[in-house]
Design a protein around this ligand. Structure first.
Ligand SMILES: NC(=O)C1=CN([C@@H]2O[C@H](COP(=O)(O)OP(=O)(O)OC[C@H]3O[C@@H](n4cnc5c(N)ncnc54)[C@H](OP(=O)(O)O)[C@@H]3O)[C@@H](O)[C@H]2O)C=CC1
Ligand SMILES: CC(=O)N[C@@H](CCC(=O)OP(=O)(O)O)C(=O)O
Length: 349
């Protein structure tokens, strides 16, 4: 009998789900007991994903909560928003631990969720149970919990870039502007026209400007850190690349802080955290430098001339922005080494 944690993945045929499989196959404490699809049950997963041939030999299972509970200890729900709202409570009620990758349990307020996601919110009883899993910031709160709500991709890059300076009182949060760019895999496998080659190739376009559903998530966390309401100006843009997010943050500095001061502050804040790398002065990070990995790389340009600070934060949206951070959160939940199963260096070139 294996003593490994038995894990099921709902949404195995999506980008987040397939990425969970890529990492979990090598996780020393985990056994994948079920890969689940709502539309292709009974089919070998390698039929749809030939790169998994002879690596994952399971057939896809259907979404049956009783069957999942009979096989698994923990479920990753890599499902579209609106699906997790209904599915996660059933899984929790069946006694399973859950790590949800969707946006359905990130906002404490159901009203805010309905306003930004334009869908009915989960019931408050379950919203209350979710622990928000921005790993580096809330590691202590994640130990031993049963239900983690994994952060969004843009919030991960943006929050990791802002929090240390905000917490130290070095920036004026009323001046925060976030200019965020994402590769097209951020919109999932199911989207059509938006990520159509002819629409994306040699194109660079803004979307949901100041209306993106990640705005309340970022403001909720920054408000908690600042101890007062925080609002941001937030522009999201699509870049014709597969993976990667760059969040460029502009903010007014309080005091004369140099790049070296900021590097010291951030290295102290993230000390002992394996996945945040603070760059040396003038070494601004690029998305390719985190591609396929769970790293978040951060660089600074403090401008004494304007009194403003530019922070550049990059992640791979499918890894640190989704599946990788979900596994980092599993490790923190279970009290394992934070980087278990995630020790891959970025793919280069
Ligand atoms: N892509 C990214 O970079 C990020 C994604 N996320 C979030 O993670 C979640 C998954 O994203 P992603 O993998 O990109 O999305 P995809 O669209 O690629 O995949 C979604 C998956 O959900 C399954 N699904 C659809 N409807 C249902 C249902 N009713 N019941 C069960 N399963 C269903 C789909 O496949 P099937 O038909 O086989 O069941 C598919 O496998 C989303 O909530 C997304 O917002 C968060 C951060 C980053
Ligand atoms: C590039 C791209 O289209 N990205 C998606 C991110 C979707 C997502 O992850 O949504 P939740 O985290 O809210 O579930 C978007 O901007 O809507």
């Amino acid at each position: 009998m294996s003593s490994k944690l038995k894990v099921a993945i709902v949404g195995s045929t999506g980008y987040g789900g397939v990425e969970l499989i890529r990492f979990l196959v090598h996780h020393p404490q985990v056994e994948i007991v079920s890969v689940i699809s709502s539309s292709s049950a009974g089919v070998p997963i390698s039929d749809g994903f030939p790169h998994l041939t002879d690596i994952v030999v399971q057939d896809l299972d259907s979404v049956d909560v009783h069957e999942i509970a009979a096989k698994a200890d923990l479920v990753f729900t890599a499902t579209p928003s609106g699906v997790s709202t209904h599915l996660v409570p059933q899984l929790l009620d069946a006694g399973l631990k859950v790590i949800d990758l969707s946006g359905d349990f990130r906002l404490r307020s159901g009203e805010a969720y309905e306003a930004w996601y334009k869908k009915p919110a989960a019931s408050p009883e379950y919203l209350k149970q979710a622990v928000y899993g921005l790993s580096e910031v809330y590691a202590e709160k994640l130990a031993g919990v049963s239900f983690i709500s994994n952060p969004g991709c843009y919030p991960t890059a943006t929050l990791l870039g802002i929090i240390p300076a905000l917490k130290a009182g070095w920036i004026d949060h009323r001046s925060l502007i976030v200019d965020a760019k994402s590769g097209v895999s951020g919109s999932g496998r199911g989207t059509s026209l938006v990520s159509h080659y002819a629409e994306m190739n040699e194109n660079f376009k803004a979307y949901k400007v100041n209306k993106h559903q990640h705005i309340p998530e970022i403001e909720q966390v920054l408000g908690d850190v600042a101890g007062e309401d925080v609002t941001i100006t937030f522009t999201t843009q699509l870049v014709p690349m597969t993976r990667g997010i760059m969040s460029t943050i502009y903010v007014t500095l309080k005091g004369d802080h140099t790049d070296q001061d900021l590097i010291g502050l951030y290295r102290d804040y993230y000390k002992g955290r394996p996945f945040v790398r603070v760059r040396d002065e003038g070494m601004w990070p690029a998305t390719k430098e985190v591609f396929g990995s769970n790293y978040c790389d951060i660089g600074f340009a403090a401008d004494a001339r304007t009194g403003r600070l530019t922070i550049i934060s990059v992640i791979d949206n499918v890894v640190k922005g989704a599946a990788g951070q979900a596994i980092q959160n599993l490790n923190l939940m279970m009290g394992w080494e934070e980087n278990l199963g995630l020790g891959f260096i970025p793919v280069y070139p």
